[in-house]
Design a protein around this ligand. Structure first.
Ligand SMILES: Cc1cc2nc3c(=O)[nH]c(=O)nc-3n(C[C@H](O)[C@H](O)[C@H](O)COP(=O)(O)O)c2cc1C
Ligand SMILES: CCCCC(=O)C(=O)O
Length: 354
């Protein structure tokens, strides 16, 4: 592409034509972000075993394709809480987008909408919800970090509902922050002029969140409530008992408790216990269309992607976010066709080589 035809991001031409897969975006983003921002996004907790295991576990699962099924037309759609998604990939909640790109969450929302994906806005957004809502043409969900101030929490839930967020993801795996060594080494903090309006001036501190508070939240929430960060089948069961509408199997991309297993390893046990009573979403290390396929084969209804969205955003603003999702979607479609699956319902356990 000629220089003068390239899209302008903040007045700077950005050429994404060399980006072929999601790993290319990480390399490009590293060159564009401040060291502090890159370390914040790219790092995990402690020795980063879980970060690596998320990827390794997906990589080492082998596929067992069928041939000669009619895959001339694919239906990749799934329905979650009454809303039809054209494909089963959502934008995971990630904090502080203005440290990744000056347009922050507005670029993420535009980019996700263009790719027809639901964007789960983080409690630690650096842009007010009302502004994000104005630029989003696809549904938003809201991720909630529950604070010890109940009034604050309730008001935030009601704000998210009133601007039209269609679901709430309550993050339950962060009662305290993890041992984020790489963040500590760069002395991570928000740069001057960037703030998180719903973080109440604090980063993660002790959060007094227990099953009792979850019941309280569910009692007044008007939209479906999902618990994000479930790894134990007993907790999945409790989530159903207290009336959660869904769960997200997640280890927070290995950013909180190191040495928990890969989410794709945990997923089958949760799926067995939940036994189709509520939808199960999963995140952690999804980078390839085949990863999406494997998660669905093992029982997830949909997946979310976190880091790749941050890297897409840092590389090319809204366009980078769109391209990230489009690459993953296209790879997922190829993976379906190449395994002989034309619908989501036909993606079953037999696809995984034993
Ligand atoms: C930079 C970054 C910020 C994150 N911020 C939040 C957050 O504010 N709230 C939350 O529930 N999860 C947060 N997460 C976790 C993601 O929602 C998600 O669980 C995880 O990133 C998925 O794994 P992946 O990044 O390997 O795709 C964050 C993850 C990253 C990488
Ligand atoms: C201090 C925690 C901020 C948000 C978060 O969940 C993350 O960085 O993973």
């Amino acid at each position: 592409m000629a220089q003068d035809q390239l899209p302008l991001i903040n007045g700077e031409p950005v050429d994404l034509s060399g980006i072929i897969n999601l790993f290319d975006f990480e390399k490009m983003a590293e060159g564009k972000m401040t060291k502090m921002a890159y370390e914040y996004v790219a790092s995990g907790a402690a020795d980063e075993f879980t970060v690596r295991w998320n990827r390794q576990a997906l990589d080492t699962l082998k596929l067992n394709p069928n041939v000669l099924n009619d895959v001339s037309t694919l239906d990749t759609s799934v329905t979650l809480f009454g809303h039809k998604l054209p494909y089963p990939i959502l934008v995971a909640p990630t904090a502080f987008h203005k440290i990744m790109h000056p347009e922050g969450e507005l670029a993420t929302a535009r980019g996700a909408s263009k790719a027809e994906a639901i964007y789960v806005v983080s409690s630690f957004t650096t842009t007010p919800l009302e502004e994000i809502k104005k630029v989003a043409s696809e549904p938003l969900w809201f991720q909630l970090y529950v604070r010890d101030d109940k009034e604050f929490t309730k008001n935030l839930v009601q704000k998210a509902e009133s601007i039209g967020c269609r679901a709430l993801c309550i993050t339950v795996d962060t009662p305290v922050g993890g041992a984020r060594n790489r963040q500590a080494r760069v002395n991570f903090k928000l740069p001057e002029g960037v703030n998180a309006p719903y973080a109440n001036g604090e980063m993660i501190q002790k959060m007094p969140l227990t099953w009792k508070e979850m019941e309280w939240l569910i009692s007044f929430a008007k939209v479906p409530v999902l618990l994000k960060g479930i790894l134990h089948p007993d907790d999945a069961e409790k989530a159903i008992q207290i009336g959660a509408s869904g769960i997200i199997v997640s280890n927070h991309s290995g950013r909180n408790l190191d040495t928990v297993p890969a989410t794709i390893e945990v997923l089958p046990r949760i799926v067995e216990r939940v036994n189709k009573r509520i939808p199960i979403l999963m995140d952690g290390g999804i980078r390839r269309g085949t990863d999406v396929l494997k998660a669905i084969a093992l029982g997830a209804n949909a997946v979310l992607v976190g880091k790749p969205i941050c890297f897409g955003l840092a590389s090319g603003g809204a366009e980078g976010v769109t391209k990230t999702l489009e690459i993953l979607r296209a790879e997922f479609e190829m993976a379906m066709a190449l395994t002989g699956r034309s619908t989501i319902a036909s993606i079953d356990k037999s696809l995984i080589w034993k």
